[in-house]
Ligand binder design. Structure first.
Ligand code: CP
Length: 288
């Protein structure tokens, strides 16, 4: 089964994947493919969490993993992205995981003969991040619906935000967006962070994505934390049961006060742990 984007999945499909991930997490399901399955991971963009949690997920399932390294590959001889992926299809793995900077790159590969799992495309989709975010929300609130979720920061350049805004809304949550003007997008309504901080269940921060800022966007990074980030003052206003999330990597002292990364309300490292179990569930679904 492919995982191109989460929009193709119903609420029931999502709940089944989360249930599978929770079973893996709580040792209620054990799978061992005895090294007979092979996953290929092709990361054409930097990644730590997604790349290595897919590799760990494969290892935990008893599957082998071959990791494509763009450096020293035939990309240096002008082989295209498309032809590189077709090579990996030709050597018949059981599934391929791809991250690439092209928006919706997977549309080139709808007829691939092996399952394709999207590890992130351009500024559009990050389906496994959204699943691990939902798993973390579920663990904390015992529901993935009827919550108030505030997404804050560099929304314009974030595939995590774009996926989550759509999916959280489809699941029946109220989603609020906040951040400075350069990160606003047509069609999206933004609120004042300070007006909503004490009302929401989830404060989801986003990384400032400098690599996608192709010009000076006119923000003062020295005052950004106090102007738009999660500082101690805003943290103190959060509801008692509210949680902080961030897909990471994070810029300590920019979108979040460095001391709050490991604060009581922060679920950031739980998100990373859940990333392993979500990716086990997604891989298992693809190769079983
Ligand atoms: N959250 C996330 O996708 O992190 P990586 O870029 O390190 O994979």
């Amino acid at each position: 089964m492919n995982l191109f984007n989460l929009y193709d999945y119903s609420k029931d499909d999502i709940l089944k994947l989360l249930d599978l991930a929770l079973q893996f997490k709580h040792n209620k399901l054990r799978v061992n493919f005895n090294q007979e399955k092979v996953i290929c991971t092709l990361f054409f963009e930097p990644s730590t969490r997604t790349h290595y949690s897919f590799e760990m997920a494969a290892a935990r399932l008893g599957a082998q993993c071959i990791s494509f390294n763009a450096v020293g590959s035939s990309l240096d001889k002008n082989e295209s992205f498309y032809d590189t992926v077709k090579f990996f299809e030709a050597i018949v793995p059981d599934a391929i995981v791809i991250r690439h900077s092209i928006d919706n790159y997977y549309q080139q590969f709808t007829n691939l003969k092996v399952p394709l799992i999207n590890g992130g495309d351009g500024q559009c989709n990050h389906p496994t991040q959204s699943l691990l975010d939902l798993m973390t929300i579920y663990e904390n609130f015992k529901t993935i619906s009827n919550l108030k979720i505030l997404i804050v920061g560099d929304i314009k350049h974030s595939r995590v935000a774009h996926t989550n805004i759509e999916i959280f809304k489809r699941l029946g949550n109220e989603v609020f967006l906040a951040g400075p003007k350069p990160f606003h997008e047509e069609g999206l309504f933004f609120v004042d962070f300070d007006e909503y901080i004490d009302q929401v269940d989830v404060v989801m921060l986003l990384r400032m994505q400098f690599e996608r800022h192709h010009e000076d966007i006119g923000l003062n990074y020295d005052t950004y934390l106090d102007d738009y980030g999660l500082n101690q003052k805003r943290y103190d206003l959060m509801k008692p049961q509210a949680i902080i999330m961030h897909p990471a990597p994070f810029n300590r002292g920019l979108e979040i006060d460095g001391n709050l990364v490991e604060s009581e309300k922060s679920k950031i490292f739980e998100q990373m742990t859940n990333g392993l179990f979500v990716r086990m569930a997604v891989l298992y679904n693809a190769i079983k």
